[in-house]
Design a protein around this ligand. Structure first.
Ligand code: PMP
Length: 453
């Protein structure tokens, strides 16, 4: 309880009772938070009336932009007509239609949609499906998972266990004896003089060595984001994702593409696995852009092949005993339907493909700044790495500089997402070329000013 003496403004700013994700618990009540009040298009407005470009698009999720009337209306209508149904025993037409629509835009035979409450629970469900699948197939030992250093897959026990960000594991317990990590395919980390092709060969050789070391008969799945998002926007060398997939196929290992960030337009396609990287995974996880962050929802897409494999093992029912009270929630489903309508009506995927080269050029224009040592861009996601001390390994580097950039940029009208030593940008996909110019010029000013101390 508060003692009642705080002003509303004080409570807003210091947030005594809201334990934020990743918050330092020692400083609860002491931090000075930016408190947002309204949002529209690519902008958010704080309680002091400052209008800021939403550079990170919320948390990579506000894909169609803020304040879309179509979504507000669809959600309002749905909540008035049917606010809930029990998904384990019933269906709702809006959720059924959404599942059909997602299957229609998904790659290959990924025709089975299992709805979740967000990205972590989609990843959790994918991993549980791997266990279920191999149990049904009579291979109870084939359940180990291969994941990657600096990959991020969520904050449930299982999804965090396959996440490879060392700093996030501090003071946390992870599921033991389940996950084997291979290194991140971050080109900047390659040995001096090594070509990108040779670097890619190295990563593939490492993955195969790991498979052989653990034993393919023990490994259930490999999980990877097409582009590592929270790992700092890591764009792998050409052919990497496809070759990982081929290796998994060769060794009968399921391939899970975590597209929580890269789906729904971030790379100019509904799903990047097939259209950008030429891969039809066994499972895809999605969330964020599915509802553009207006309401929580995620989904796990499962291939027909896996369902058929299971049904061929027995004529007995094989219940996937997993699910959530809010699986396929009708209001979230109506939100997702209206969101996809916007993609179609506004030709949003085409728009992203059109502005992406401009966005990349704008980001690359920052390369003349001495602090900027690596620029990683694909579609409408970018990581601008700022090197302060070249000898500090990534894992140990804190966000001191990029937090400073964010603070300065906020004063100048732009939100930045600091991840380690990278300023990460993933704006609403509706962003225009003049807005990209504005965003990058503020980011430039922020980096220059932060470097002055
Ligand atoms: N997978 C990836 C690739 C993500 O980036 C995230 C969230 N940033 C998640 C999973 C977890 O999603 P959520 O926060 O919705 O649980």
């Amino acid at each position: 309880m508060t003692d009642g003496s705080d002003t509303l403004q004080d409570i807003d700013k210091t947030d005594r009772h809201f334990l934020h994700p990743w918050q330092d618990v020692v400083s609860i009540g002491e931090d000075d938070w930016t408190v947002l009040e309204t949002s529209s298009g690519i902008y958010v407005k704080d309680v002091e009336g400052n209008k800021l470009i939403d550079g990170p698009g919320g948390m990579w999720c506000v894909n169609v932009g803020h304040g879309r009337r179509e979504i507000i209306d669809a959600v309002t209508k749905q909540i008035s007509e049917l606010s809930y149904f029990s998904p384990w025993s019933m269906a709702a037409s809006v959720t059924t239609q959404l599942a059909e629509r997602i299957a229609g835009i998904a790659p290959g035979d990924l025709n089975n949609v299992f709805f979740t409450t967000g990205g972590s629970t989609a990843v959790d469900s994918a991993l549980r499906f791997v266990f279920f699948y191999n149990n049904c197939l009579g291979r109870p030992d084939k359940k180990q998972i291969i994941a990657r250093v600096n990959g991020y897959h969520g904050s449930t026990y299982l999804s965090s266990s396959v996440s490879g960000k060392e700093r996030e594991k501090a003071n946390m317990d992870m599921l033991p004896n389940l996950v084997h990590f291979v290194s991140s395919p971050k080109p900047k980390d390659r040995a001096k003089g090594l070509s990108l092709e040779a670097f890619c060969d190295e990563k593939i050789a490492e993955l195969e060595a790991k498979i052989l070391e653990v034993g393919a008969d023990k490994i259930g799945a490999f999980i990877a984001e097409p582009i590592m998002g929270s790992g700092g926007v890591v764009v792998p060398p050409k052919g990497y994702f496809k070759r990982c997939h081929a290796l998994c196929k060769k060794h009968d290992i399921l391939f899970i593409a975590d597209e929580v960030v890269t789906s729904f337009g971030r790379l100019g396609h509904y799903f990047a696995s097939e259209d950008v990287f030429g891969v039809v995974p066994d499972m895809i996880t999605t969330a964020k852009g599915l509802t553009s962050g207006y309401l929580p929802m995620g989904a796990l897409l499962i291939s027909d092949r896996l369902m058929e494999d299971i049904s061929q093992t027995s004529n007995e029912p094989r219940g996937f005993t997993s699910g959530f009270t809010y699986s396929g929630h009708p209001v979230s489903a109506a939100c997702a339907m209206a969101n996809i309508d916007i993609f179609e009506n506004d030709n949003l995927l085409e728009h992203v493909r059109e502005v992406a080269p401009y966005f990349a050029d704008a980001m690359n224009s920052l390369s003349d700044l001495p602090e900027v040592t690596d620029i990683r861009v694909m579609g409408l996601m970018a990581g601008i790495e700022c090197e302060l001390d070249a000898s500090t390994p990534d894992e140990d580097r804190d966000c001191a500089f990029t937090l400073k950039v964010d603070a300065i940029c906020q004063d100048l009208g732009l939100l930045v997402r600091p991840i380690y030593n990278a300023c990460v940008m993933s704006p609403p996909l509706t962003i225009t070329k003049p807005e990209i110019d504005k965003m990058v010029s503020i980011l430039r000013a922020g980096i220059v000013q932060a470097a002055k101390g």
